[in-house]
Design a protein around this ligand. Structure first.
Ligand code: PAP
Length: 320
């Protein structure tokens, strides 16, 4: 890996440093709230990442099931290379198998050499569609977007960011965090604009952008692995593989229960310094009902309806 001072001068001044989430300071850039800590990596990646047509880029809003999607896509697309007894997932956290471009590979202005990676290269990003490196759009590479209903996303985010605070620091009260999230101030938020960017792009280019929802994947992982992920990735299951129950095997192998039973996911840290165990909490749809008041739930429902429904984007109301 080489480093150089390639981060360009920002085209517009940054504004409004927001410290409300405490563990993650955010600053506004082109209408989105970006984590200050990762700004140089974001700019370096936007400037320098060269996408190829065969690349597969996983994009998510934070806490939408990124770790799960990484495990599934890696396992499906590399199934000819690795058997289950000697599989990299048994000893490696999914984030190390499908690295984040802006948070890891280009962090601190690193310029990684990615030219010799086997094709298709798998990378991930949390960036909004509008801020993607231009080479991702121009190369016409495939994008898989995974999102989750706003209520579970918020609850998961609240736990995750509080876990990053030093032990002697009190957590951000849920009410305060809620006001920030609802007001659009969350990492790579506003949440709703993040979803809409990919949703609209997926309607325009469905053959290159696959739009998925956590709740639907949770409800029927077999269907989504077989009919959506594997086919989109270009690694469809053969009749023989289906007959042997390989789809269900992969689904179980990548399940929350399976990943959390592995030693590697109980200790250690990702390249961007997050404890591996923090990526696994409950792994269910509808946990929001154990945390949000009826009023909070109503406020998020109304906002989602207002922002998303006109574009045909809705979520099943899990947990009600
Ligand atoms: P990231 O965006 O920071 O990479 P991400 O993996 O998207 O994190 O979010 C973690 C959430 O996915 C956690 O949700 P929870 O807080 O509601 O529990 C985590 O438990 C869940 N998760 C991780 N792995 C799986 C899995 N294999 N199946 C289902 N959910 C999972």
């Amino acid at each position: 890996m080489a480093t150089s001072n390639i981060v360009p001068e920002l085209e517009e001044p940054l504004s409004s440093i927001e410290k409300g989430w405490k563990s993650t300071h955010l600053t506004q850039y082109q209408g989105f709230w970006l984590p200050l800590k990762f700004l140089s990596g974001i700019m370096a990646c936007r400037e320098r990442f060269e996408a190829c047509k065969d690349d597969i880029i996983l994009n998510t809003t934070p806490k939408s099931g990124t770790t799960w999607l990484k495990a599934l896509t890696f396992t499906i697309s590399n199934r000819a290379r690795h058997d289950f007894h000697n599989h990299p997932l048994l000893t490696t956290n999914p984030h190390a198998l499908v690295p984040f471009l802006e948070l890891e590979l280009y962090a601190d202005e690193q310029i990684p050499d990615l030219t010799n990676l086997p094709s298709p290269r798998l990378f991930s990003l949390h960036l909004p569609y509008e801020l993607l490196p231009t080479s991702i759009i121009e190369s016409n590479c495939r994008i898989i977007y995974l999102c989750r209903n706003p209520k579970d996303t918020f609850v998961s985010l609240w736990h995750f960011l509080n876990n990053l605070l030093p032990e002697d620091e009190p957590p951000v009260p849920m009410e305060e965090a809620f006001e920030l999230f609802h007001g659009g101030i969350s990492p790579v938020g506003p949440f709703w604009e993040h979803l809409l960017g990919y949703w609209k792009a997926s309607l325009e280019r469905p053959e290159r952008i696959l739009f998925m929802k956590y709740e639907e994947l949770k409800e029927d992982p077999t269907f989504h692995c077989r009919r959506r992920l594997a086919e989109f990735l270009g690694f469809p299951f053969s009749i023989e593989e289906e007959r042997q129950g390989l789809v269900e095997k992969i689904e179980r192998f990548c399940s929350f229960e399976s990943l959390t039973s592995l030693e590697v996911n109980k200790s250690g840290k990702t390249r961007h310094g997050m404890p591996n165990k923090n990526f696994f909490r409950r792994g269910i749809a509808g946990d929001w009902k154990n945390h949000l008041t009826a009023e909070m739930s109503e406020k998020l429902d109304q906002l989602s309806q207002q922002k998303l429904e006109a574009f045909g984007l809705t979520f099943k109301d899990v947990g009600k």
